[in-house]
Design a protein around this ligand. Structure first.
Ligand code: F6P
Length: 531
């Protein structure tokens, strides 16, 4: 029984193959094969995925497909879809796929989970209709005009990203704000612009104990109840909702039972967009559109389960990612949506990828033995061309990119979209092929790999497809590396150290810490209080 995926024959065959492919330039790979685009691209349900600018050949793909077989990615993902406890450290399933399923039944440990999922969707629909139609009112009888989602990480980034992505589909007179940071500079300016009589707060937190979220929720509650005065009870009952897996804590906070949107422990925070965590998004675009997004994701689920490896978009993304990281030594991944609407996608994928796969031990505590998640970052093009793309072109690092673009724009201003698309294609071309120049300072070496994902248009359905594709990519990589993508023990240490430091900062309590931390805390304490 091999102890690491690196010990398998499939991995070793790839390592050997990489020796011969590593020196080859994308220019040569394209020159050798006029059919390269046709061979290394695929279209599924309207999405085009072009990976011909990756540093792969037919043998690479065949060997990577062997790796997927050897690691039994399909077996692992079928166990996930079936609700088996693939989240081994927390001993529970990871059933984000059930949240977007249209199946009549799904039995998990003898219990059908679909009735609860359907009734949760119905509850969301009723609430969305009440808010969007103006039926749900604030304490003074004003219709709701602003919604503030208070959450962080997976309780913020998914709906934040999707609300921006689907702004063209949003209700014209509802403003959705997202507040996540502990820094008062996040919440305070939002509150300054809001009218307490027409503002609805949604506290989104799986645990309902997260420091940032609870601190912001308490400040928002104080702001609302102070403004409401004698109507404070009505304000609390009508203008505070909660989305959580911890109903008890939410009720203790003062959330009315009818304003409570529960989801199960088996929904991972960063995979929770499809659950009631998507409530602020559903309020923005309406429940019909939200369900179209679920349908798009479900369509991608089916593609992932059914398509052969060589035609399987998420699986190819996963395998190419592993090829780049572990065989070409590219530890970064740049996400480049040429879409202002997708400006939050890199942040969303940063959590999805780095919190899921940023691990070096397998569940049994043994080392993975190879590199795992990439350092993922990015931003919306074409802005990024005028910021960090210089480094991609001439910085000397090997940094693969994912380019994402839409054939049609949601906005009718003429003279913009074709220029945007031209820039997207030009960057991928320049990165791949570079340019020679008699002046070496102007020459670009090229050979930077990229994939391009094209959507016909950014709609709820295509967004669902896109996000589900990345989810499956990341889970397939986890299956190959042999890690659990559904826990995040590493983030706990900082949380407990912050709790220990707080009394020193707040009240100058003695601090048992290293000299640097103690010195910094002391400096801040002395300068952080008015003299
Ligand atoms: O600290 C990490 C984390 O647990 C994320 O995984 C999660 O998305 C985020 O905090 C927020 O957690 P919660 O939804 O419980 O407030």
């Amino acid at each position: 029984m091999p102890i690491s995926i690196a010990d398998t024959p499939a991995w070793q065959a790839l390592a050997q193959h990489a020796e011969s492919l590593r020196p080859r330039h994308l220019r040569e790979l394209f020159a050798d094969d006029a059919t390269r685009f046709a061979r290394f691209s695929l279209e599924t349900d309207g999405l085009l995925f072009d990976y011909s600018k990756q540093r792969v050949d037919a043998q690479t793909i065949a060997l990577l497909a062997n790796l997927a077989r050897e690691a039994d990615v399909r077996g692992w993902s079928e166990r996930m879809f079936a609700g088996e406890p693939v989240n081994t450290s927390e001993r529970r399933p990871a059933l984000h796929t059930a949240l977007r399923s249209s199946a009549a039944t799904l039995s998990v440990a003898g219990e059908d989970v679909m009735p609860a999922i359907r009734s949760s969707r119905a509850q969301m629909r009723g609430f969305c209709d009440a808010v969007r139609s103006g039926r749900l009112r604030g304490y003074s009888g004003e219709p709701i005009r602003a919604i503030v989602n208070i959450g962080i990480g997976g309780s913020d980034l998914g709906p934040r990203m999707a609300t921006a992505a689907l702004a063209a589909f949003a209700h014209p007179s509802l403003r959705i704000h997202y507040v996540s940071n502990l820094d008062a500079a996040d919440l305070a300016p939002v509150l300054e612009d809001l009218d307490p009589r027409s503002t609805l707060f949604i506290v989104t937190s799986k645990t309902f104990t997260t420091l940032e979220t609870m601190t912001n929720a308490h400040s928002a509650r104080d702001w609302l109840l102070t403004a409401a005065g004698d109507d404070a009870d009505a304000a609390m009952a009508q203008q505070f909702a909660a989305v959580t897996a911890n109903a008890g804590e939410a009720l203790r906070f003062g959330i009315a039972a009818g304003m409570l949107f529960e989801f199960s422990e088996w929904v991972g925070g960063r995979f929770s967009l499809w659950s009631p965590v998507g409530l602020p998004l559903a309020l923005a675009i309406g429940m019909d559109a939200f369900e179209q997004m679920l349908a798009g994701a479900e369509r991608m689920d089916r593609h992932f389960r059914e398509a052969p490896t060589e035609r399987n978009l998420p699986l190819l993304m996963a395998l190419i990612g592993i090829w780049n990281i572990d065989f070409l030594g590219a530890w970064n991944l740049s996400i480049s949506p040429y879409s202002q609407s997708l400006r939050w996608l890199p942040d969303y994928l940063q959590q999805l990828d780095m919190e899921s796969n940023g691990k070096s031990l397998k569940p049994d505590g043994t080392p993975v033995g190879v590199h795992t998640a990439p350092v993922l970052w990015g931003g919306a093009g074409s802005n990024t061309q005028h910021a960090y793309f210089q480094l991609l072109h001439q910085g000397g690092w090997l940094i693969p990119s994912d380019f994402i673009a839409c054939a049609q724009s949601d906005y009718p201003l003429s003279g913009h979209h074709d220029k945007l698309l031209a820039n997207c294609l030009a960057q991928a071309e320049a990165l791949a092929f570079g340019s020679s120049n008699h002046d070496p300072l102007r020459a670009c070496p090229g050979n930077q790999p990229s994939s391009t994902l094209l959507l016909p248009r950014l709609t709820p359905f295509t967004l669902g497809q896109l996000v589900a594709a990345y989810e499956h990519k990341i889970c397939a990589q986890a299956a190959i590396w042999g890690i659990n993508p559904f826990d995040q023990w590493g983030v706990e240490l900082g949380k407990s150290l912050a709790a220990r430091l707080l009394p020193a900062l707040e009240a100058g309590a003695p601090l048992d810490a290293d000299a640097s931390t103690a010195g910094l805390a002391d400096w801040l304490r002395r300068r952080g209080r008015p003299a």
